[in-house]
Design a protein around this ligand. Structure first.
Ligand SMILES: *Cc1c(COP(=O)(O)O)cnc(C)c1O
Length: 232
């Protein structure tokens, strides 16, 4: 790895941690309650390796084949892998076998397959339910109303551990709109907790809207561009 690449990765990581810390200060939150997921989709294994060298441990990928190639190339790195992309039924086994976290569960059928396919002797797959919080026709994720029954079903399955909710709000021109969507996610999480469904994680906020997400309680921010530069 060139010294330039290593320094650039360390600088981008420090800038992103700085943004998280400032957003936490503004919101009166402890920065230790917000974790950074580095989203490497569209970037080579070498770029991930540079961030690992700078101290980053949790990495997210959206496409199974691309993820597996990087996992093989980075087998010597201590990485916690998160799957954050759309789930295809014929890829659930790879997700069950090769990831620690799943952010994008949106169907009971997939939950049941993942539960069967999670290898015995490995810790349960930590699962977040993706909520289509802006009600977009083209977006994956369950409706807000469907989150509670799916969470309850996941809690009853072996091999899976329900940990909370994830959302990708609709892109908005008005910066307040993203924050409103994040606030709806926080209220949904709290409503589930009041029903005895205590999954405290909120995976929300990307490079352009990290701050409003943290203001509304994000516990995972999923950051690609700000850490890796633009995707091709
Ligand atoms: C690509 C992607 C991200 C990262 O987006 P950036 O805007 O590059 O930070 C986060 N979450 C999901 C689900 C993604 O697909």
């Amino acid at each position: 790895m060139s010294i330039d690449k290593a320094m650039e990765a360390a600088a981008r990581l420090a800038l992103t941690h700085g943004r998280i810390e400032r957003a936490c200060q503004d919101a009166g939150r402890d920065p230790a309650t917000v974790r950074l997921l580095a989203v490497g989709k569209g970037h080579p294994a070498a770029a991930i390796r540079a961030l690992v060298a700078a101290g980053q441990r949790a990495f997210g990928e959206s496409w199974v084949q691309e993820a597996v190639a990087k996992q093989v190339a980075l087998a010597d790195c201590a990485i916690e892998w998160h799957f954050i992309g759309p789930i295809q039924s014929n890829k659930t086994r790879i997700i069950a076998e090769r990831f620690a976290w799943l952010h994008s569960l949106a169907s009971l059928a997939h939950a049941e397959r993942l539960a069967r396919q999670r290898p015995e002797g490995t810790p349960p797959l930590k699962v977040l339910i993706q909520v289509n919080i802006s009600g977009e026709k083209t977006k994956s994720g369950v409706s807000a109303e469907a989150a509670a029954p799916l969470a309850r079903a996941v809690c009853a399955l072996p091999g899976l551990e329900w940990r909370g909710l994830m959302a990708i709000p609709a892109p908005a021109r008005d910066p307040g709109a993203a924050r409103k969507a994040f606030a709806r996610m926080r209220m949904l999480r709290d409503a589930l907790a009041a029903e005895g469904l205590a999954g405290e994680e909120l995976s929300m906020g990307m490079s352009d809207d990290l701050e409003p997400a943290v203001a509304e309680g994000a516990t995972w921010v999923r950051i690609g561009t700000a850490l890796f530069g633009p995707r091709k």
